[in-house]
Ligand binder design. Structure first.
Ligand SMILES: [Zn+2]
Length: 257
């Protein structure tokens, strides 16, 4: 683990401290991701565990007879309308091969590169048949990062640590019998040079309603997105990338033996 990784508080501290995940997904992109993720679960299974389930957006919609969830955030687990427990993906309190399908959506990108293989081994240990995973696909981390005006450090707004692709996920499930990939929600990629110019040179960063600096705890952030120059950059990017030629999310079903 690098020095930087050790110093960062986990994403869960941010989720505990702010209502960032409390609202039902209201954007079409998230509703589409949820539907596409659930479509990765084969019919005919009875039990499902969702690891990193948050307040249950996916879990509550999963059409299986027995569903339960775990999350590191107490705040999230309290909001579940299904059985749930506070637990880490690195040490799941379940017997081996005790659940038909283990789902882990939008969680692995919050872990360090050292934690990720350990997490994948836990998911595959508990699953009897399938592990279904989703992560942001080839995410340009700078696009959803901010610079703290107090301590001047740059951090990802949602605590994502790495940009992941098919090869990364393939490497996490080396013993799977078969891996099935899918993709969700077409997006316009942000030109890398333009992004570096917008952030590094012009100091214009993305903004969320509940931004907390993971380094110094500052919660006062200017909203650069309302500035005309920010919109100029968005317009330039539309010229450079006229089509939605990339996907926002990568989905994987690892079929175990
Ligand atoms: Zn700071």
């Amino acid at each position: 683990m690098s020095e930087a990784d050790r110093q960062l508080p986990s994403s869960v501290e941010i989720f505990e401290a702010t209502p960032i995940h409390d609202q039902e997904p209201d954007r079409e992109s998230h509703r589409t991701r949820i539907a596409d993720t659930l479509a990765m679960i084969p019919h005919g299974h009875r039990s499902l565990l969702e690891v990193g389930c948050g307040p249950g957006y996916l879990l509550h919609r999963a059409p299986l007879a027995r569903t339960f969830g775990t999350d590191l955030s107490r705040r999230s687990v309290r909001r579940l309308r299904r059985p749930g427990a506070v637990a880490s993906v690195l040490a799941l309190p379940f017997a081996s091969k005790s659940v038909d399908v283990v789902l882990c959506a939008e969680t692995l990108e919050h872990l360090t590169a050292l934690e990720r293989p350990r997490a994948a081994r836990e998911l595959a240990r508990v699953a009897r048949h399938h592990v279904v995973v989703s992560v942001p696909y080839r995410e340009r981390l700078l696009e959803s990062s901010a610079r703290c005006p107090r301590c001047r450090r740059v951090f990802h707004l949602h605590g994502h640590r790495d940009s992941l692709d098919e090869a990364d996920l393939r490497g996490l499930f080396p013993t799977a019998r078969r891996l099935v990939f899918d993709y969700s929600w077409p997006v316009r990629p942000y030109n890398r040079a333009l992004l570096r110019l917008r952030t590094g040179t012009f100091g214009l960063w993305k903004h969320t309603a509940y931004t907390v600096c993971p380094h110094c705890g500052n919660q006062e952030f200017p909203n650069d997105q309302t500035r005309p120059l920010y919109r100029v950059f968005s317009g330039l990017n539309q010229v450079l990338n006229p089509r939605r030629s990339a996907f926002n999310w990568l989905l994987l079903r690892a079929e175990l033996e």
